[in-house]
Design a protein around this ligand. Structure first.
Ligand code: AMP
Ligand code: MG
Length: 303
């Protein structure tokens, strides 16, 4: 049986350089490990649930969990899984699609900044501002932007180096404002993506998930992964680390995501608010009122 590797192995916080080709996409686990891993995931989820309750009550820090990946890597099912273990009241989920005209008329962080949750909550971003240094770079969409020549006329590397720096600063800004940003890249193999695409084509209930355009991104697999690698290496930091997770086995990915979310919550160490003396006395007073209500009723003569 393969040893279950810790999510830490997949962490990139600026201390080392990511070479995607060196990382595994299956986690080194096999089918025999599944039951045990799923049981461990359940335990992690219960702990996350308890921690989330405290995070919400505490209300001092917020968490932003970013999911990035190519198509069929499992972003949607990861969101579903994270959501299944937590109180929906404390979680917001946002999906970032192709920007609309209003969004395109603003700076690239505009639409995301409107989705930053209030402190005490967890926000899950299904895609994010990282698309602005990923698909935009892949498709050279920056050249089509309605912006002045000093922006669109720049060399590609200069344009994106500036965006990386803006992202790093934005994530620092969020940290300074009481947020933890955790970024996950679901690293799926080309072989597994093909299998999942074929399933989407063959299974009628999955047809809606398939988009012929997804094959265009598959055609430029190496280039896209190179762009991912650059973006991750330029934006990995201690305050906003990246986790490049093996995504060929969804049950293992979920285990790792649960580990990461729990670790983030543990680092925050949220506490239930402690009442001051006056508030405690107020509670004692309320208790007396409630108890005397019962006594009064008991004391009433039976009719
Ligand atoms: P999906 O999440 O598969 O439904 O697709 C959403 C699509 O929106 C993907 O093809 C993304 O690449 C695209 N998208 C998301 N953000 C941006 C962006 N900032 N610029 C261009 N395309 C984007
Ligand atoms: Mg898609």
């Amino acid at each position: 049986m393969a040893e279950a590797k810790d999510a830490k192995r997949y962490r990139f916080d600026g201390e080392r350089v990511l070479h995607l080709a060196d990382l595994d996409t299956d986690g080194g686990v096999s089918r025999e490990d599944r039951d045990r891993i799923e049981a461990e995931t359940k335990t992690l989820q219960e702990k996350i649930c308890a921690m989330q309750d405290r995070l919400y009550a505490d209300g001092r820090e917020g968490v932003i969990l970013i999911l990035q990946a190519i198509d069929a890597a499992g972003k949607d099912s990861t969101v579903k899984h994270v959501m299944s273990g937590v109180n929906p009241q404390g979680v917001d989920v946002y999906s970032f699609k192709t920007p609309n005209t209003e969004e395109l008329a603003h700076d690239f962080l505009w639409r995301v900044n409107r989705c930053i949750p209030e402190r005490g909550k967890i926000a899950i971003f299904n895609r994010s501002y990282y698309e602005d240094v990923l698909v935009v770079r892949l498709r050279e969409l920056n050249k089509t932007y309605k912006m002045p020549e000093r922006c669109t006329g720049k060399k590609t590397s200069e344009f994106f180096d500036e965006r990386y720096a803006d992202i790093v600063n934005y994530e620092k800004y969020l940290f300074h404002n009481g947020y933890r940003v955790v970024k996950i890249f679901l690293n799926v193999s080309k072989k597994e993506q093909k299998k999942r695409f074929l399933e989407r084509i063959e299974v009628p209930e999955k047809n809606w998930k398939f988009n012929a355009g997804d094959l265009d991104d598959r055609d430029v697999w190496d280039k896209y992964h190179e762009i991912y690698e650059m973006a991750i290496n330029h934006t990995a930091s201690a305050v906003a680390p990246w986790y490049v997770l093996p995504a060929d086995r969804k049950w293992y990915t979920r285990y790792l995501v649960s580990q990461i979310l729990l670790k983030t919550l543990e680092d925050i160490d949220p506490r239930y608010p402690k009442l001051d003396e006056a508030a405690r006395m107020g509670l004692a007073d309320c208790r007396r009122r409630l108890e005397s209500e019962g006594k009064k009723k008991d004391a009433e003569p039976a009719k």
